[in-house]
Design a binder for this molecule. Structure first.
Ligand code: PHE
Length: 342
């Protein structure tokens, strides 16, 4: 009897090790420990034993029952761990996959991108960044910039005048911020003023009523054209690489004297001549010059003590050159097919 009990324990131990799923394990439990199971079968036979003998065998039977239960517990633990591991393997999550319900994300407008890049460059050189009003007084936009009323220089810019407000214009340039900057902060002064400007253009691929400029002004004692050239060279090389050269040629702007038209070597053909630079090897990207004494005076600065230079980049032009945009009208169109490319 005892041997048969020990045999039962051994038999269970051998089988249970091979079980890998929960159902088989349950079945095995019923077979061995269930009411009509093998252990109970043996126990029933114990009834026929003599008292003394039954006590001994009973003790063994209990020990066997506990051993089987313990082995069952272990197997149960092993099987459930294995099944968790296998379902985890089947249900893995790809954390790199984009979520299904994200809010659509906008992107920065190409003008904003180039503007921010230049703001960073100029602030690294100690310039401050100023804003000015887009609806500007005729005084700041023209008169204070050495363009008195009825001066023919006003014809250079096709101005939007505003109905019922004869002293007001949509600013045609960012240059009025030169005057505003000098009046607000005095000298010495280093500022840039990026922003929107407006002209009454008949629009086509190269003309738009709304576009962007980036103005700059430096005023201090002893400022010369050499300073101007050095700063503009830094900007050109930042934009188009270390081997970029600049070319300054005389050009009239009423608020500077002397005034220059600023070009950089064409980044596409490196000055050889190509379609982009209209075979000249040069790209015109800014106007600049030494601040006219009358303009310093309007800014409250003594031209006998201070001098300065100013420049105005065609920000829109820089953007078109950078991204190869062939029609200026895309920029203000609000067309998502265009904007989504940035
Ligand atoms: N304001 C000029 C323009 O719109 C550009 C410029 C700025 C030229 C500063 C010289 C100095 O054309």
């Amino acid at each position: 009897m005892k041997d048969r009990l020990q045999q039962l324990k051994k038999e269970f131990a051998e089988i249970v090790d091979h079980v890998v799923d929960r159902e088989t394990l349950e079945e095995l439990k019923t077979q061995f420990l269930g009411r009509k199971g093998k252990l109970n079968g043996l126990m029933k036979e114990m009834a026929n034993l003599a008292d003394e003998e039954r006590k001994l065998v009973g003790a063994v039977a209990n020990e066997v029952k506990e051993a089987i239960e313990a082995a069952f517990g272990e197997a149960e633990c092993r099987v459930s761990k294995a099944s968790m591991a296998s379902s985890a393997a089947k249900e893995w999550i790809d954390v790199t996959e984009p979520a299904l319900h994200t809010r659509p994300r906008g992107t920065l407008h190409p003008v904003t991108r180039v503007q921010q890049d230049l703001e960073e460059l100029f602030t690294s050189m100690g310039f401050m960044v100023l804003d000015g009003p887009e609806l500007e007084s005729d005084f700041y936009n023209f008169t204070a910039l050495n363009i008195p009323p009825s001066h023919p220089a006003r014809d250079m810019q096709d101005t939007f005048y505003v109905d019922g407000r004869p002293d007001t214009v949509m600013r045609t340039q960012t240059s009025p911020v030169q005057i505003r900057g000098m009046r607000a902060y005095g000298v010495p002064l280093r500022l840039i003023a990026p922003g929107r400007v407006f002209r009454n253009e008949a629009t086509d691929v190269r003309h738009e009523h709304t576009f962007h400029q980036l103005e700059g002004l430096v005023v201090d004692k002893g400022i010369s054209m050499a300073h101007m050239k050095a700063v503009l060279e830094v900007v050109a090389q930042h934009l188009y690489g270390q081997d970029t050269k600049i070319r300054l040629r005389p050009k009239f702007y009423p608020f500077v004297e002397p005034g220059v038209n600023g070009e950089v070597t064409c980044y596409l053909c490196k000055g050889q001549g190509c379609r982009l630079c209209k075979h000249s090897g040069w790209l015109e990207i800014f106007g600049a010059g030494m601040v006219h004494p009358n303009v310093l005076k309007e800014g409250g600065v003594d031209p006998d003590v201070y001098s300065g230079f100013a420049f105005g980049f065609g920000l829109t032009r820089l953007v078109m050159l950078k991204y190869g945009i062939d029609d200026i009208r895309h920029l203000e169109s609000g067309d998502l097919r265009f904007l989504k490319q940035f």
